[in-house]
Design a protein around this ligand. Sequence first.
Ligand code: G1P
Ligand code: ZN
Length: 550
Amino acid sequence: MAIQTIPTQPFAGQRPGTSGLRKKVTVFTQPYYLENFVQALLDVLNASGADGQTLQGETLVLGGDGRFYNRTAVQVILKLAAANGVACVLLGRGGILSTPAASAVIRHRQAFGGIVLSASHNPGGAEGDFGIKYNAGNGGPANEALTEAVYARTQLVRELRISDASDIDIDRLGLQQLEQMQVEVIDPVADYAAVMRKLFDFEMLRGMFRRGFSLRVDAMNAVGGPYARAILEDELGAPAGTVVNAEPLEDFGGLHPDPNPVNADNLIAHMQRPDAPDFGAAMDGDADRNMVVGRNFVVAPSDSLALMTAYARLIPGYQDGLRGVARSMPTSAAVDRVAKAMGLPCFETPTGWKFFGNLLDAGRVSLCGEESYGTGSSHVREKDGLWAILFWLSLQGATGRSVETLVREHWRVYGRNYYTRHDYEGIAVDTANTLMADLRAALPALPGHCFGYRRVVLADDFSYADPVDGSVSGQQGIRLVFDDGARVIFRLSGTGTEGATLRLYLERYEADVTKQDQPVQQALTELAAVAEQVAGIRARTGMAGPTVAT
Ligand code: G1P
Ligand code: ZN
C-alpha cells in the first residue's frame, strides 16, 4: 500500500452546472477524468478558505444514487481522499446515499463536507449519465464561488495523489483502513430516518396505515427505494408492496427517474384506475425530487409548496410556524400569496438548490421549493423527496382530506396559478445561445408593449443579490411579467448533457373558482403564443413544439 503521484492533463469542460458536474458515462470513464475532477476538488478544499479550515484530518461523507459507475467511482474517490489528507470517510453501504440522506449525514456527523455521486433525474446505465457534486459542511450544495474555484483548478491539475491500495469492501458495515484513512461503512438510511422521526408524527402515520390508508410510491428503480421501504413499510406499517420499483438498479431498469407525469406515467395510470390508492408519489434518481398525486389528480410542484406553507403548523416539526419561505424564480407565485396572507417573508432565488443554503443557514426561511418537483425544508440542505411524501401523507392524516380536496380548497381560498414548463431538448448550442442573446437585446423595448389585453410591466434578465452574503448572480433567466401577474420565462438548462435545453415557463393567475378547472395546457395557450411571438422558438429550432410539457 503506497501513495502514488501520477501525472495527468487537465480536461476541458469540467465546470459544474446547476447541480454538480454531469456528463455521459462515456466521458466520465475516460482515463483520469473522474480523478482529475476529484483531485481539483480536494486541492481546493485543502487550500485554506476564508475560515482558515482545510480538509486535513477531517471527515468526508461519500455515497451516490447507485447508477452505473457508482461503485467504481467510490473506490477511486476513497483512494484519492486517502492520499490527500482526509482522516475519515463515512461511506453509505454499497456506495449508496440519497442526496437528502447525504445532507443529513453531513449535518448529523458534523463532517467537513460530502461527495454525492449522482446525475439526479438524468437517465443511467452505460449509455446514460453520471455526475458528481460536492456538499459543504452545512450539508448543502457548494456555492458558486467554490464550484468556480474547483473548475479553475481542474484546468491546472497536473498531478494526482492516489493510493494504490486494493479496493475496500463497500458492502460491509463498520470500519476499514485505507492508508492512514478510516473508512466507516454506514447504514445509508439510519441518520436520515432519525431526522424524519423528529419532524413527523409517526404514531399518527402508523394509525393511518392500520386503518387501511393506501399509498403507492414509485421509486423508479432508483435510490429512494431503500429509504421508502425502510420508513414507510418497515417502520410505519404500510403494506409490503407499497413501494414499487424499490431496488436501485444501475440503469434504473430503463426507467427515466424523473418524477413528472410524463416519465412517471405508470404511476399516473395507476392513480387513474377505479381501484387507485388514496395517495401516490414518485421520486427521482437521487430521491431529492418528488411528485405527489391524488386519485386522478396531479399536484403541481408550485402548488405543493404553497399548500405545505399554508398547512405547515399541522406537522410537529413546524408547529411553531415558519421563519419564511423561498422559491426559485421560475416557480409559480402560488406560495407568495400564502406567505403574504400569513405575514411570512418570501424570497425569490435563481434556479438550483444551492441558492437556498444561505437563507436556511441564516434562519430566514424554513421551506423552499422549485417548480421542477423539488421541495424541502431546514431539516437538511437539499430538496427531499421522501420528506415531501411524508409531509403530504401527514396533511391527509391531520385534515382527513384527500389530495384533490386539499388542493381545490386551496385554490378556492388563494386562487389558482396555472403553470406549465415546456422543455425544448437537444437544441444546437449556438441556436440556443443566439435565441437568448436576441431576447436579451429585445428586453429594453418590451415594457409597456401589449400582447392582446396583457401589458408587459417588467422585462429583465433575473439577477439575484444574496441577502445574506451579498453575492450577485446575474443572467438567471429572462422574464416577462404582465400587468395581470402572468409571467413568461426563458432559461437554458444547466443540467443537460446533450446540446442545449431551452426551458419555457408559463404562469397565469385565476381567482375565479368557476374557471379553475381547465386543462393546464389549454389555460396557458395564449401565453405560449406570446412566448412564441417573442422568441420564435419554432422557427429557430425547427421543432413543432416542446419535447416535454409538464
Ligand atoms: C434543473 C431544474 C432545477 C433543479 C436542478 C437540479 O436544473 O430546473 O430546478 O434545481 O435541475 O435538480 P436546470 O436543468 O433547469 O438547470
Ligand atoms: Zn435529483
